[in-house]
Write a protein that binds this ligand. Structure first.
Ligand SMILES: [Zn+2]
Length: 282
């Protein structure tokens, strides 16, 4: 199953995902970079949040941000980064990958603390649902949007929450480990492509051990942290909506089907949210 999945995931993406974590709409698409270098050549380095939004996107960005900030969790996370003692978090909009979003441009200081990160939202991030395989939370919104129970703004804010999840996770990742992964994933992929896709190759086993997992495992772990934060946001956002248990049921189904090893991570959130009692999430 691992091997199958490893083959089915475009290797280019696995490689690139080490540099910037990207949500691509509908499916995971290879992206050269999710950053719009023309817009943010050098992100500001003073601590706090820097919003660098082209004028033509200001209005829609303001709506997405308002949606994110309409929840307790969104406000709390925003405040944390707005008043962060070290981290310069840049948020920008790019039309490079309109339905996607990504985070990257990470920098650490000498003490190994994260001091810079950039979140890039696609200019039409309020449209497009990524696959349920790696994005069980965002994907679960699709039928509710189709029936106009939620709007595109909620989808955009959920994608922003997903990216916040990446930034929070990377803040707790050692720089050496991150850089080691960036360095070794292409090495792993090269061997994997040349050895008949044999994940039991001792060289690959050794590399995976060093990196803390094979490229797909690293990818999954990272994306499911993004999704866990997206779920936290949605909990607040839909808690008073009649359909909230149906939404949770869809997330649960996708997690059971594709993310069995990570079920605990999502179950913990469901538990905190009381969904265990109100929606029957065990
Ligand atoms: Zn992601």
């Amino acid at each position: 199953m691992r091997a199958t999945r490893l083959i089915s995931l475009p290797l280019a993406v696995v490689t690139i995902s080490m540099m910037s974590h990207s949500i691509a709409a509908q499916q995971i698409k290879p992206l050269k970079s999710s950053m719009n270098d023309r817009v943010v050549a050098t992100p500001p380095d003073s601590a706090g949040i820097h919003e660098i939004v082209p004028e033509k996107y200001e209005e829609r960005y303001a709506e997405w941000k308002t949606e994110f900030l309409s929840t307790d969790i969104g406000r709390a996370q925003w405040e944390m980064y707005a008043h962060h003692p070290r981290l310069a978090l840049t948020i920008t909009i790019s039309d490079h990958n309109p339905n996607g979003a990504g985070s990257g441009k990470y920098k650490w200081n000498d003490r190994g603390e994260l001091i810079a990160a950039t979140i890039t939202l696609g200019s039409r991030v309020d449209q497009g649902f990524p696959s349920s395989v790696y994005y069980p939370v965002m994907n679960a919104l699709e039928p509710f949007e189709a029936r106009k129970l939620i709007g595109g703004k909620v989808l955009a804010a959920t994608k922003l929450a997903h990216e916040f999840g990446h930034v929070m996770k990377i803040s707790g990742t050692r720089q050496e480990l991150y850089e080691l992964q960036v360095q070794l994933v292409p090495v792993y992929n090269k061997i994997f492509l040349s050895n008949g896709h044999d994940v039991d190759d001792p060289r690959l086993v050794e590399l995976a051990k060093k990196m803390g997992g094979n490229p797909v495992e690293l990818w999954e772990d990272r994306e499911y942290w993004g999704e866990a934060n997206a779920m936290l946001f949605l909990k607040d956002r839909v808690e008073k909506e009649k359909f909230h248990c149906r939404l949770f049921a869809r997330i649960k189904q996708a997690v059971e089907e594709y993310a069995k090893n990570y079920e605990e991570r999502f179950a913990e959130i469901a538990k905190e949210q009381g969904a265990v009692y109100t929606c029957g999430w065990r």
